[in-house]
Design a protein. Structure first.
Length: 468
């Protein structure tokens, strides 16, 4: 994700010493709520998309009505139908969502400015959700959402740090508050949009996401007096050329080599929104006291555990550091996280192998989400911290864009691997994911042994980044 570099100024009505929102500037409250609306919108789509395609849109009696899909199938999805086609479309959509923010950041930095990019992005996202109400416009809806996220995603978090003076110790807590808003949205979106989509009608779920996105956009427009000044370049403004030092290049190469390893490590986690939901919908025991719970609630369970484990893991390593005076470095924690990811995948293998004639109880799936969430807490935020630490200061934002290429590649790979679910034995399918996590583990070990000293002793320079 490219984070816009902005001039550290505030509008005339803003005050860096403002403590109107939980002891923080009023602008932080606005940014947190706007980001929460955007993440609600995004994860509503993530939660519903595969189930919507498998159970409704791509059924034989409806697939022919989707404008442009027949041409796209002949060119890009040749021979795919049903669940494999749904998985492939989902993989392309989610991978592009992580690729376009790089372009969105560049557009904001060079031409549009951050505010115009965010307003345009929010508008495109809302349009995409509303277009989902028309089955014929499905592909155009996905295109609108991809463009919207690209313009919006990378240009929000960059404003949080600028609300504070460089010496203001509240900045770290500000990003924690910002991230809490994201996590609350991820937990709530399946409960509201997911339930409406599955129980009332698919378009109700997508429409709710669109309404929330419009609300977030209006809130952002109202927040202008309390936000940092825009970074739109003035006409004729000179651009400073970036110069790299000799020792910068080995660090850049090391980070580039780490991207494929992260891709493998992320595969199981990203599959949760794809084939995992299809499997859960068909095979999990979700009926209790005569009431069948929405399958999308599995995403809420995962999000709640992920948030809890992020807090628990951070507390554990702080406690251990305070007690012993040491803790593993970034690569060491990523290695530990890979073991938990492997353990989570094995839980799914056991669930599939022991299913028998009935449906799968939730013990093994819940254990999977717990282990996977612990692995998530050791890999994702830690790897982001490693990238910001190792990246040359002069191109830190660009390197963060490189970091998110791992998510692009992982989601693209999920689109292909998820397509194997229909034809591969379920135990083999999840063993494949265990294998990819094992590849990630092996790669992290190699990095630790070969490049660990160079990467962990690089000049540390903390950059304010929010993980979405």
């Amino acid at each position: 994700m490219t984070v816009a570099e902005a001039t550290p100024k505030l509008d005339a009505l803003a005050d860096r010493n403002d403590r109107a929102f939980l002891g923080h500037p009023k602008g932080l409250g606005y940014l947190a709520f706007v980001e929460g609306c955007e993440r609600f919108s995004y994860y509503s789509m993530q939660t519903l998309l595969v189930l919507y395609m498998v159970k409704y849109l791509l059924l034989p009696e409806r697939i022919g009505g989707v404008v442009g899909l027949a041409w796209l199938r002949s060119w890009h999805y040749e021979g795919l139908t049903g669940q494999p086609l749904s998985s492939a479309i989902f993989g392309d959509y989610t991978s592009l969502v992580y690729l376009t923010p790089i372009v969105g950041g560049i557009l904001a930095d060079r031409w549009l400015g951050r505010r115009l990019a965010i307003v345009a992005g929010g508008s495109f996202m809302a349009l995409g959700h509303f277009l989902m109400a028309f089955e014929t416009m499905f592909l155009f809806a996905l295109i609108s959402l991809i463009i919207g996220v690209g313009l919006f995603k990378g240009n929000m978090a960059s404003q949080v740090g600028e609300l504070y003076k460089p010496s203001d110790l509240r900045r770290a807590m500000a990003f924690q508050i910002f991230y809490i808003a994201i996590n609350v949205s991820v937990i709530v979106a399946p409960l509201i949009s997911g339930t409406l989509g599955e129980k009332v009608g698919w378009h109700w779920g997508f429409g709710t996401a669109g309404v929330v996105m419009v609300g977030g956009l209006l809130l952002y427009l109202a927040a202008r007096p309390w936000l940092p000044a825009d970074n739109r370049p003035e006409r004729g403004q000179a651009r400073v050329k970036v110069k790299l030092k000799g020792d910068d290049w080995p660090r850049i190469v090391a980070l580039l080599l780490l991207v494929p390893a992260l891709t493998m490590a992320l595969l199981t986690n990203q599959e949760i929104f794809n084939a995992y939901l299809v499997w859960a919908d068909a095979q999990f025991q979700l009926t209790f006291f005569g009431e069948t719970l929405p399958t999308t609630w599995m995403i809420t369970i995962d999000a709640a555990l992920s948030f809890s484990m992020l807090v628990a893991v951070a507390w554990f390593w702080k406690w251990r550091s305070d007690k012993t005076g040491s803790e593993p470095d970034e690569l060491g924690k990523m290695i530990i996280g890979s073991f938990f990811t492997i353990g989570g995948g094995l839980c799914l293998v056991i669930a599939a192998a022991t299913q028998g004639d009935g449906k799968i109880g939730l013990f093994w799936p819940l254990l999977f989400h717990l282990f996977n969430s612990i692995g998530f807490a050791h890999i994702l935020p830690v790897s982001l911290a490693l990238f910001t630490k190792v990246a040359p200061r002069s191109i830190n934002a660009t390197v963060l864009g490189i970091y998110y290429l791992a998510f692009f590649a992982a989601n693209k790979l999920v689109g292909y691997v998820g397509g194997l679910f229909e034809t591969m034995p379920t135990t083999s399918f999840w063993l494949l994911h265990v294998g990819t996590a094992g590849i990630g583990l092996l790669a992290f070990v190699v990095f630790k042994l070969v490049l660990g000293k160079r990467m962990t002793q690089s000049e540390a320079h903390a950059e304010d980044v929010a993980l979405a």
